[in-house]
Design a protein around this ligand. Sequence first.
Ligand code: NI
Length: 167
Amino acid sequence: MALLKILLYPDERLHIVADPVSKVNEETRLLVRDMAETMYSARGIGLAATQVDVHQRVIVIDVSDTHDTLYVFINPEIVARSGESDYEEGCLSVPGVFGKVSRAHQITVNALDADGQPFTLDADGVLAVCIQHEMDHLLGKVFVEYWSQMKQSRLRTKLKKQRRKVM
Ligand code: NI
């Protein structure tokens, strides 16, 4: 297994739209294992392949306190959504930045697991929010891009200054 490098906003590669996985094979499973290791190591609750510069529709999520409930979604599609919630979100690609995004409270998602088997999951609360956040990554969208242009531009300026300091 290997730790993968996580792209940091505003890296342009975070805007690439991911392709569906045509066949779940050993390469896919290796990607899933590496993504899970990378997510746990970075203390995240979700990671999309886009964030590690692999542009395939693959997501790993674990919202449990015990870090032992891994969800793998390959080619996820949301088939139903209801309610509304606005959790304070964070993102491994935008470290230290948090903000609310309005999303569906409950969703039903169809996907393939790491063995290529189709499954359907009903999710609500933080799991539902996390799935929607990660699926946005697959479409090239980072959560801060729901914010106003002015707030985004202020964030980019702040990040540029911070990163100059640590170099
Ligand atoms: Ni994210």
